[in-house]
Ligand binder design. Sequence first.
Ligand code: ADP
Ligand code: MG
Length: 592
Amino acid sequence: MGRIHQLPMSVVNRIAAGEVVERPASVVKELLENALDASPSRIDVALEQGGVALVRVVDDGGGIEAEDLPLAVTAHATSKLRVAEDLERIGTLGFRGEALASIGEVSRLVIRSRTPEGIGAAITVDGGRAGEVVPEGCAVGTTVEVHQLFGNVPARRSFLRAPQTEWSHASEAFVRTALAHPAVGFSLTHNGRRIHDLPVTGSWRARIGDLFGIELSDRLIEVEADDGEVSVHGFVGRPEDDLASGRLQHLIVGGRPFRDRSILHAVQEAYRGLLLSGRQPIVFLAFDLPPDAVDVNVHPAKMEVRFREPSRLYRLVLAALRSKFLAANVTTRLEPPLSDAWPAPRLPEFAPFPAGGPLRRDPPPLWAATADPAAGTPPAPGSAAAVPMAWEIDEAARTGVSDALAVQMHDRYIVVESGDGIEVIDQHALHERLLYEKLKASVDGGGLEVQPLLIPEKLDLDPSELELIGEHAATLERAGMRIEPFGGATVIVTSKPALVGDTPAAMIVQEVLDRLAATAATGGGSSMLVDEVLHGLACRAAIKAGDRLSQAEVDALVQEWRIVPESHHCPHGRPTSLTLSRQDLDRQFRRT
Ligand code: ADP
Ligand code: MG
């Protein structure tokens, strides 16, 4: 007797469920897609316990006929495709006819629905066993409830993470989908608490603002390109609003959020030279192309799509962004801020230094103790030390020519003569390093100067950010950032370290959250977390590449660079300056 046999349908479904349903977030995504395919004006999502106990999605779309309910929960049954050719031009989000069957296999699934013409009816599927269709009074539209996900599959349930983690994935799935459909109203509730309420809007920028905060959306730059067949439209962040992660990079095609390395590569390419390495821009891009130019049937959870001509999209994205960035002089700021909600860049006041700091010629007291006493006071111009003797060059390299001319170039580098050659200083890297060292020394020494905000800055966060802030409130406070809940997903920042000057709290908080999330994920201890916050503060408050400095500011930076022993490297470990040694120069010019 042969050993190969056909699997029963229930096993096939259970295997398919493994591909489609990974966690509550996948349920949210599939149910939202189904609801959207029914042309609703509004969708309400409610979760309990991160979606593990319950995911409920209510729409006011076209509904399901009572007689179709048993088919809706059967595998490979769909109203969205008939013949294989339909796969070439998919106009709906769903088409595989798999989601409800898979979900019903691993939970208790209840569907109540009514079409405008029909009567209301309900069906329950419990661990793969579908019950009878029963009449049920309900409004036009569909309510789908998924109770106790993986309740009947303990092995898979044990793979679920803590409800808070599942919640953050689920809310992310909600956000990605809601972002792609501004013309539909959405709400999201968790454990009875309303997290998002998104009104119908005709404007994508408005939806971005409702999801991520008006301060952010107001600052975005609109981009657009069209090559006759394919077009892209969207919003991108200013280079200086970069983030530590790609969290705010959203790509959409045909109402479908998707991931695509090649397109993100084009984005990176467009920002090349405008961002520090490892930094990520904010991008929201929606593509419009003929249905037969994109294949959405390449990924069970439909997270990825395949384009007929990927290089075409690559070029289009590059063109759309470059026309905004590179046509303008990249070293100057791109546009004035669009709203007063986000104050203009600090320069030229150079606020990150404490009052009087940068222009003072002698070392700030903070450094007096640690700096080499010989290096502490720069020699007077014309004194013997200003002309280092050959054998003194090594130790005098950073101090010997303190009054040498320092020149800012390309609004990003400072070039200065040093004891044994020419130094090229990266102004952002250096300033970041200096700020970080000062912050760290004052936190460690217990003397952090905190600046209470007379008018607290209000921030709208997304749920996972809110949670992260709650978790790390003590860490943030140690670093001088006091953040308090203000109802809903809003918080207020009531104090910042004085050293960060008037850098907007919104920018700092985004940066710090990204870093906290990354460090917490690697299991970093509390001192590492404080350190990450300080890095984030320094990075945001530091002058940027592209900031034009006054000569006094250039001199002040160079002055500190000479006297702060740790200023060689920025906190990311990148060098803050490069040396062109006199020896090398001599060799290049064949003087030796
Ligand atoms: P697919 O979406 O790939 O067709 P599903 O298993 O997700 O497969 O859904 C099966 C069918 O159930 C859909 O084709 C659709 O006809 C119907 N359906 C599911 N959810 C809804 C809803 N919210 N409103 C109307 N019809 C729905
Ligand atoms: Mg579906």
